[in-house]
Design a binder for this molecule. Structure first.
Ligand code: NAP
Length: 525
């Protein structure tokens, strides 16, 4: 099963020297050959996806839901092979990947339920008013429809939940769009296994061939060709700022510009208000040491910045934080590139004016390669404000504590922050009332604002917002996690003066979406 491109639902013969997956903990190659896609594969995949789109978009919602559930079942059926392979390719522990597998199948089932329930299409019905003066009103009915083939870039840091059958693929398929995945080069084998599971689900549920394709590459050629292909109608990406923005530019410069949803860097500030520090310094220090180092810090919601006002209690917080960080064992990072980048950036930042290392991990495993050393540093608010280099993401188990002299200075720090996926406030109940203007400033900077918690751990649910102001994402109106993620792949279509028999089911008078009609009629009276 591992070893061939899966293009337009069929295995293809090899084109050139195979690619091999690397175990980042040992530096050794793993079993399996994977073949680089070429321009013909890109063409085949998009042509097949476009043909599949015409069939798939008209398939009954219950069948689409059954297909999404079948993908979840096929993935669960290979868990015993898939989880160890994902662990070998990513360096992530088995337990974490078991959890991620549950999240992946859970996401697929969530979208299956959403599709079966059906109201996500936001049907709105404005019935005709033939007697209206001075002009009669036509019958207008609107709903959301899928836009066409979607290209998904698998992310390195979630080999299952943000990859081949992750949230992007699940939400795109749920919307009625075919998907072409560009596998992340950090986990070829995991990608191939999940890709084969999707193909099985397509076959078992009678879905059109070409609904899903998986292409491999170890460079930018195939990803760029997929974004530029005229039949591609939308793209999703999770990764670096540079990668994301390069692809945004490509998508915008096409003859037909298309939406590209890029989730990029975020440092997820934690604001430690004085009373919270005064009463819980030790507890908070332990909580954040754990959050900063979870999964070797390789989360887009990793708390890379802590903001506080100088006080004796803050000194206590720093001491406990430093002690906790020094005890965290170094861990293998996802790829040699990510590990090297982490070492480079976390070392370079200490050469910046005023930055002082507070603590670094002292527990190392000499046998493992590509390890990260957890680190926390501190800097004054004044130095932070004047140095934009300190506002950038350092992907890994790293966090910078910024110490302000007073609330006004803390607000100045917040004012210079970039857009974020999350912001967390640690506050006593009275402080929420007392610091309203500061909290208001923070809401302008983020997609999710957390009270007295940690940003790591993103719930997959209807209300989740995983997307924030630039540069956290390039379009803060959308989320890549939770059921609203489906809205990235649809557009509104209005039908004017159509007879009942020719309308989509969702827009017929017999559709039980009374609420939309009622609300609408009240509004137009
Ligand atoms: P990446 O370098 O951004 O790559 C992600 C995917 O996009 C890969 O498949 C890559 O292809 C492709 N790609 C990147 N630049 C491209 C371009 N200009 N044109 C076409 N395709 C392009 O991310 P990564 O490899 O996962 O990790 C690198 C860094 O990204 C990390 O050190 C971290 O800073 C950041 N990152 C952030 C998050 C987050 O959630 N914020 C998550 C993961 C990574 P190839 O690899 O085949 O070249």
């Amino acid at each position: 099963m591992i070893g061939k491109n899966i293009v337009a639902s069929a295995y293809k013969d090899s084109h050139e020297t195979p690619l091999q997956a690397i175990n980042p903990a040992t530096g050794l190659s793993l079993e399996g050959d994977f073949f680089k896609a070429n321009q013909t594969d890109v063409e085949d995949a998009l042509v097949a996806a476009t043909a599949a789109f015409e069939t798939f978009r008209n398939i009954h919602k219950d069948k689409k839901a059954a297909f999404l559930n079948a993908i979840a079942d096929e993935i669960s059926a290979i868990a015993e092979v898939l989880v160890p392979r994902a662990s070998a390719e990513s360096g992530l522990p088995i337990a974490r990947l078991q959890g991620e597998l549950g999240r992946t199948t859970g996401q697929l089932k969530l979208f299956a339920n959403l599709v079966a329930e059906g109201s996500w299409v936001d049907a709105v019905i404005d019935t005709a008013m033939p007697e209206r003066q001075p002009l009669p009103r036509p019958d207008i009915r609107k709903m959301l429809v899928p836009i066409g083939p979607v290209v998904v870039f698998g992310a390195s840091n979630f080999p299952l939940a943000f990859s081949v059958a992750g949230g992007d693929t699940a939400s795109a398929l749920a919307s009625g769009c075919p998907v072409i995945v560009k596998a992340h080069p950090a986990h070829y084998g995991t990608s191939a296994l999940v890709g084969a599971a999707i193909i099985k689900a397509i076959e078992k549920t009678g879905m059109p061939k070409g609904l899903f394709s998986l292409l491999f590459d170890d460079g930018y050629a195939i990803g760029s060709a997929l974004v530029l292909h005229p039949l591609t109608k939308a793209v999703t990406f999770t990764g670096s700022y540079n990668g994301g923005m390069a692809l945004v530019k490509l998508a915008q410069e096409r003859k037909e510009p298309i939406p590209l949803f890029a989730e990029m860097g975020s440092i997820n500030p934690i604001v430690l208000l004085p009373e919270a520090i005064n009463t819980q310094a030790e507890e908070l220090a332990k909580k954040y040491a754990a959050s900063i180092t979870l999964g070797a810090g390789q989360f887009c919601t990793n708390p890379g910045l802590m903001l506080a006002i100088s006080s004796p209690e803050l000194e206590n917080f720093k001491q406990v934080l430093a002690a906790e960080i020094s005890k965290v064992p170094s861990a293998t990072m996802l790829t040699p590139g990510i590990a090297n980048n982490y070492i480079k950036l976390s070392t370079a930042v200490h050469a910046e004016d005023g930055v002082e290392l507070l603590s670094a991990s002292t527990v190392k495993n000499a046998e493992l390669q590509n390890q990260s050393e957890a680190k926390v540093a501190q800097v004054s608010a004044a130095k932070f404000i004047e140095n934009p280099k300190l506002h950038e993401e350092i992907f890994g188990p790293y966090s910078l504590l910024v110490v302000a002299n007073n609330v006004a200075e803390l607000e100045q720090v917040i004012a210079v922050l970039n857009g974020q996926l999350t912001v967390t406030i640690m506050a006593a109940a009275d402080e929420i009332r007392q610091y309203q203007s500061l909290i208001h400033l923070l809401t302008n900077k983020t997609g999710r604002i957390i009270l007295n918690g940690v940003p790591t751990g993103v719930e997959v649910c209807a209300a989740m917002q995983h997307g924030g102001p630039f540069p956290a994402t390039n379009d803060s109106r959308f989320t890549s996690v939770g059921s609203s993620a489906i809205h990235r792949f649809v557009r509104p279509l209005a039908y004017q003066d159509w007879q009942q028999e020719f309308l989509p089911e969702e827009l017929k008078d017999s559709n039980p979406l009374e609420i939309f009609r009622m609300v609408n009629q009240q509004l137009t009276k």
